[in-house]
Design a protein around this ligand. Sequence first.
Ligand SMILES: Nc1nc2c(ncn2[C@@H]2O[C@H](COP(=O)(O)OP(=O)(O)O)[C@@H](O)[C@H]2O)c(=O)[nH]1
Ligand SMILES: [Mg+2]
Ligand SMILES: [Zn+2]
Length: 300
Amino acid sequence: MRGIVINVQKGLYKVRPVNDGEDINCTLRGRLFKQSQTTKSMVVVGDYVEFQPVLGGRGVITAIEERKSKLVRKGAGKKGSHLEQVVAANVDQAILVFAVKNPKYRKNLIERYIVSAKYGGIEPVICFNKIDLINLSEVQEDIKECRKLGYTVLLTSTITGEGIKKLKSLLKDKISVFAGSSGVGKSSLVNAIFNEKKTKTNEVSTSHYKGKHTTTSSQVYELPFGGRIIDVPGMREFGVIDNGTGIRDAFPDIIELAKHCKFRDCNHINEPGCAVKEAIESGLLEERRYRNYLKLKKSG
Ligand SMILES: Nc1nc2c(ncn2[C@@H]2O[C@H](COP(=O)(O)OP(=O)(O)O)[C@@H](O)[C@H]2O)c(=O)[nH]1
Ligand SMILES: [Mg+2]
Ligand SMILES: [Zn+2]
């Protein structure tokens, strides 16, 4: 039988059969279990698996399907090194939530989140929330830029209800995650979708929020109109992990410009005939975006 892992807890995998039926708690079959002892993130929420029911109402997972996409975060490795930690698999899209105000709107963060989503093979949807707090003209340019890069942009307010219908239609029949800094309104949006309280909302704290280390695992919510939301606790920020593919996909404009530099190994700093620098000077490329690109490239 085929199912999707909807919860992981201490070696127990809750699997929901794809063709109806009760959820079933599974363990891993011998060979897979052995592998899981040394392989990080071998089975995560969202993974499609083959399983067989066994006595006692349990099941065993006999195979894990290849992932179409993955949501990753930086896990701490030995001696402060960072390891890729997969927190969810087979996610179709990431609803990247940004508040246009309170907490402070940061454009660099949008690009940062896009890199992570792209790296994992997840389609980003840019959601500008709390639009009741500002005049739309303040973010009009940024919205245009996002659309020009091909992203779906949503304008929402959980206070006025604007954009919620469109958000629902985007979520329908897809597997989605919500990502964004603390206080931007992720839980409020999820509540608005369900028209009820599913998760707790928090007041925006004025002090800098240092995320506590949480061990709770990801949770899957079925949408009443079709589709699923994966709630990833502790996912306040994506720690950028990238092997270059995320950056490449998130900055197609810069990659394209760089092809026209005089020197193939141009660093775009002060080389002659640098197309990137020229684009910045002529106003074609925002200098802030270019600087953020360099920063993300370094941290990836
Ligand atoms: N003005 C306004 N406030 C909002 C909106 N959405 C959420 N909030 C408020 O922002 C705060 C943080 O929301 P929450 O959903 O807990 O954010 P989360 O940390 O991203 O899950 C709460 O006080 C919400 O009431 C919105 O669209 N407009
Ligand atoms: Mg929340
Ligand atoms: Zn150059």
